[in-house]
Design a protein around this ligand. Structure first.
Ligand code: AMP
Length: 190
């Protein structure tokens, strides 16, 4: 079986959050979602939340210094020693580099980058659908959706090239039912 330390990667709307809760239960590891962490801070109107809101409402990345410090703090907690599932981080090459430094310092190793592959058109359709169902502020406005897609293409997607030489990228087809996609993910750990 492959090691448990996993990054769930893919464009916005790929189904990372949906698959993450299933994978968290399968692996029995903490689910570390930077998007959820930011939403928690925004809901509670913390200082970090006020910074995050400005960026996430525009479909932009929250600045690295804020995001990286938050992830470092979370990965320093004892419960990640037996594995962790990162969802939504890293989202840029500088974040991936920072994660390498953090994992080295904390004596952790990355085992898998699961890339959920979904086309641009499918992403657009899914984000529009999610906006009407969940009412997420960052899914509602077409200009914000476009920003999130552009941010993914320009900043996040290059992470795959960064991880490829390490031989840990596992790309799965993100089109299908939730169960079909989860079955593809499960095979990685068999
Ligand atoms: P998500 O739920 O993962 O789509 O994240 C929602 C929003 O939170 C993103 O559009 C960003 O504004 C912010 N965010 C989440 N993860 C990161 C990250 N790794 N770096 C910077 N901003 C992030």
């Amino acid at each position: 079986m492959s090691g448990k330390n996993t990054i769930l990667f893919g464009p916005p709307g790929a189904g990372k959050g949906t698959q993450a809760v299933r994978l968290r239960d399968l692996l029995d590891v903490p689910h570390i979602s930077t998007g959820d962490m930011f939403r928690y801070h925004i809901k509670n109107d913390t200082e970090l939340g006020r910074t995050a809101k400005e960026y996430s409402n525009a479909g932009k990345l929250v600045p690295d210094e804020v995001t990286i410090a938050m992830v470092k703090d979370r990965l320093s907690q004892a419960d990640v020693k037996d594995g962790f599932l990162l969802d939504g981080f890293p989202r840029s090459v500088p974040q991936a580099e920072a994660l390498d430094t953090i994992t080295e310092e904390l004596d952790l190793k990355l085992d898998n980058v699961i890339n959920i592959g979904v086309s641009d058109d499918e992403v657009r359709a899914r984000l529009a659908k999610r906006a009407s169902i969940e009412g997420r502020a960052d899914d509602a406005d077409p200009a914000v959706i476009q920003n999130r897609i552009d941010t993914y293409k320009n900043q996040s997607e290059p992470c795959l090239k960064y991880y490829e030489p390490k031989g840990i990228v596992r790309t799965i087809d993100g089109i299908g039912s939730i169960e079909e996609i989860f079955d593809r993910i499960k095979k990685i750990f068999e």
